[in-house]
Ligand binder design. Structure first.
Ligand SMILES: O=P(O)(O)OC[C@H]1O[C@](O)(CO)[C@@H](O)[C@@H]1O
Length: 487
């Protein structure tokens, strides 16, 4: 039985030396500044701005945005005033990280005016990943996918999208065991799941005409996967490329996580409704529930995470779900500006789609189907400002709430989205996922490889197995993953 939280757990801060969040602020952010500096021949003014940011984010305090900043009001609403004058390490880690990217883009002139306006400092790394030979191999593996039964194709594409969060497509041609790429070996990927609610996901995404009451089994049920909360055999996938293997993630600190005990106050901490509290207000509509309304289209909202080798399998999955009639339309949520190094923007969607179409073979067929769906409006791309907010989804604005409420299911990809979904807090791992996401306005699913300390929804057995495994970094190393669903 999952634990029902009686009070929100402490918010994660970055002020404990040796902790994972501290390492991100103290080591990863400076490394990202170095990487950005090398990406393009920035002029002396941009170089000086990068120097200033480096000094500020490691030794200084948070400063207000300039009075004429285009988004100053927005950041004020997102809590800036409460954090001005405080060390980056002493405010909620989620807020500090998010604000870092806002400042970094400022330093390189992304927000203009000027010649550097709109230039994505991470684009060279993103394109290198799309052009990597591994991407060719992974796309070529799609040619064999059509030989598998439909449910196994669906399962393989779901797992490709899930493990793609580790910058790894990880297609599994499970019956033949001939998976390609550098992800978990066939079978390992299931064992590395700390929670697997994929049955619930398939019941929400049943092919049209099927019963969506939860009894449908036409969807892919991962072979060998146990029910939610009871997975994990202790196996860690071997040979997988950790996120740190890409240039964009190369500086992941290796320190062990620290325990609860930190508290914080300020916007983003107190503003969220607590677990189990459903926010309401103008514009809040009731969810039509699984399957959508009787007459309305069944809509998938996919809140994307990384570009490149994560976005490609996300697009394949969307294309497949449309082709299978599991959804009628899809909304792909991306970031309005470059963020967390490799997060997907609209430009990245276009690059990935063009890559698919150009690949030939089955990959191109997936790509062309998606292309057509974009042109006829069945798929839309959305870049909502809140996608780059330093706040949990519990604080989402009314328009986004309405949109998610109307979706058949909203799938949130990746670690950062998970932190924002459940709240970036030191939850006891057995805290109920359903309770902490009760505020979400419709059915919601998380597909995430574990790359930061926050975790909910584990069974006591799974938590005990993880703790006993001796693998100290199971929360942060990306070796484990989860599929969690709240209907
Ligand atoms: O790309 P993802 O899965 O959202 O992971 C990004 C994660 O990396 C970090 O930037 C550093 O761990 C986290 O803050 C964040 O949760």
């Amino acid at each position: 039985m999952p634990d029902t939280p009686s009070a929100p757990a402490p918010v994660i801060l970055g002020n404990e030396p040796g902790s994972f969040p501290h390492g991100v602020l103290a080591e990863r952010h400076p490394a990202i500044i170095r990487q950005v500096r090398e990406a393009f021949p920035y002029d002396p003014e941009r170089q000086r701005a990068l120097d200033a940011l480096l000094a500020n984010c490691t030794e200084g305090v948070i400063e207000p945005l300039p009075a004429d900043a285009h988004d100053r009001e927005r950041w004020t609403a997102w809590g800036m005033d409460a954090y001005v004058g405080r060390s980056w390490f002493d405010v909620p880690w989620l807020w500090a990280e998010s604000h870092f990217y806002r400042r970094l883009l400022d330093a390189v002139g992304h927000f203009g005016p000027g010649a550097w306006q709109g230039v994505d400092p991470f684009r060279p790394a993103k394109l290198a990943e799309l052009d990597a030979p591994e991407t060719d191999e992974e796309l070529a593996a799609l040619d064999g996918l059509g030989d598998l039964p439909a449910d196994e194709q669906t399962r393989a594409l779901l797992h490709g999208s899930l493990w793609g969060n580790r910058a790894d497509l990880g297609f599994r041609l499970s019956t033949s065991g001939t998976g390609t790429g550098t992800g978990p070996g066939a079978g390992d990927e299931t064992r590395a799941l700390v929670a697997d609610d994929s049955d619930a996901l398939w019941s929400l995404l049943a092919p049209s005409g099927t019963d969506t009451s939860g009894t449908d089994t036409s969807g892919a049920t991962p072979s060998g996967a146990a029910a939610s909360g009871t997975t994990l055999s202790g196996a860690t996938p071997s040979g997988a490329t950790p996120p740190g293997a890409t240039a964009s993630r190369a500086t992941a600190p290796t320190s062990a996580p620290t325990g609860p005990g930190v508290t914080a106050s300020g916007p983003g901490v107190t503003a969220s409704p607590g677990p189990g509290v459903t926010a309401s207000g103008p514009g809040v509509t009731a969810s039509p529930g699984p399957g959508g309304t009787a007459t309305g289209p069944r809509t998938l909202c996919l809140v994307a995470d990384n570009a490149g080798r994560e976005l490609v399998p996300d697009l394949l999955l969307v294309s497949h779900l449309l082709a299978q009639g599991r959804v009628d339309r899809a909304v792909l949520h991306v970031k309005p500006y470059p963020y967390y190094v490799s997060d997907a923007t609209t430009a990245d969607v276009l690059d990935a789609l063009r890559r698919l179409v150009a690949a030939g073979g089955a990959a191109a067929a997936y790509g062309r189907r998606l292309w057509a769906a974009l042109t006829d409006g069945r798929v839309t791309v959305r870049a909502h400002p809140f996608s780059c907010a330093p706040l949990p989804y519990a604080d989402m604005p009314a328009d986004l709430r309405e949109e998610f409420a109307a979706a058949t299911v909203t799938v949130l990809k990746g670690d950062l989205n998970y932190r924002r979904l459940v709240g970036d807090r030191w939850w006891p791992p057995t805290t109920s996922f359903a309770d902490v996401t009760a505020y979400f306005p419709g059915p919601v699913a998380a597909l995430r490889t574990l790359k930061s300390d926050v975790i909910t929804g584990l069974s006591p057995d799974t938590e005990a197995a993880l703790e006993a495994s001796g693998e100290q970094r199971w929360r942060t190393s990306g070796t484990h993953a989860l599929i969690q669903v709240r209907r």
